[in-house]
Design a protein. Structure first.
Length: 303
């Protein structure tokens, strides 16, 4: 069983506006509403790959109810803590001659509500997987991932962490099965220049020395690299095609890696499936479907 945690999920309200200007009222040509959040994205792809999972986290107000309704309509199992105050953030994405992204901060989470999450986490059993992914609300201390892993560290759970900065560094001592910085985040962690695969291997090895078992580095247009716990570097390249959006590609890669590892125990196949999921989402308007992932996986580039 896989559990994902998203502290700060969102509804993304996408507005298509022609000739956006400030002198008069702007009228949209189209509007779309999507659910978002890194852990949620992982749950969506896992569900589409047939991997049993449950999305945990926090929702609040009318927007939280809408997010939960949309997820359940897509077959995503959820067990969110419902906040007494505040609402799940609504991010506004304006698509025009120039695009604008306006992300909300998110609601405050009380101590009692945080304890409710810990109670839900207590049901996780040995050999289950726990995915911690994404940002946290500004009101929350950046040691929250550390506290979660500390409480669960003796239960034999496989931890996967996709976070940046101290959120990531603070959990390495708990030996997560997988961490997934991108190449920019890897460079920022060590104030270093990452120019090639040798650099990636060098700094990924440093993260392993700090506790991580496997380090998956997404490299944008250059694909991905995995330094596994046996110090073997696996490489995956992107396939050519029209990229529609980079949103959710890294989350899709994490989900594919988990699914591949659960199915085969092979790091090589886990990277292959993870890369196929990331590519499929890049070529899709939203998160990739099962059919889109399968098509990529069966292409000549992945054989």
């Amino acid at each position: 069983m896989v559990y994902t945690v998203t502290f700060n999920p969102a509804l993304d309200y996408v507005l298509n506006v022609k000739n956006l200007q400030s002198k008069d009222i702007n009228r949209t040509e189209a509007e779309q509403l999507f659910y978002g959040g890194k852990g949620i994205n992982v749950s969506v792809i896992l569900t589409r790959l047939g991997i049993e999972n449950e999305a945990l986290g926090f929702v609040g107000g009318f927007s939280g109810k809408q997010l939960n309704t949309m997820l359940q309509a897509d077959g995503i199992h959820t067990d969110f803590v419902c906040l007494k105050n505040g609402i799940t953030r609504i991010n506004v994405k304006i698509k025009s001659e120039q695009d604008f992204d306006i992300n909300a901060n998110g609601p405050e989470i009380s101590h009692d509500e945080l304890e409710q999450l810990f109670e839900k986490l207590n049901k996780i059993k040995r050999d289950d997987f726990l995915v911690l992914a994404g940002s946290i609300p500004p009101s929350m201390n950046n040691d929250i991932y550390e506290k979660i892993l500390e409480k669960l560290s003796t239960k034999g759970i496989h931890f996967i962490v996709d976070a940046t900065g101290d959120l990531l560094l603070n959990v390495l001592k708990f030996k997560p099965l997988l961490i997934k910085p991108n190449h920019h985040e890897l460079a920022e962690l060590f104030s270093a220049d990452i120019n090639n695969l040798d650099d990636i291997k060098t700094y990924a090895a440093r993260l392993q020395n700090m506790g991580a078992e496997n380090v998956l580095v997404s490299r944008g247009k250059d694909g991905a690299a995995l330094l596994d716990k046996n110090a073997r570097l696996h490489i995956s390249k992107n396939i050519p095609g029209e990229i529609k959006s980079a949103v959710g590609c890294g989350d899709s890669m994490v989900a594919g890696f988990i699914a591949g590892f659960i199915k085969t125990g092979s790091f090589e196949y886990a990277l292959k499936l993870g890369s196929a999921c990331g590519n499929a989402t890049a070529f899709s308007d939203t998160l990739a479907t099962k059919e889109e992932i399968h098509k990529i996986l069966q292409s000549e580039y992945f054989k």
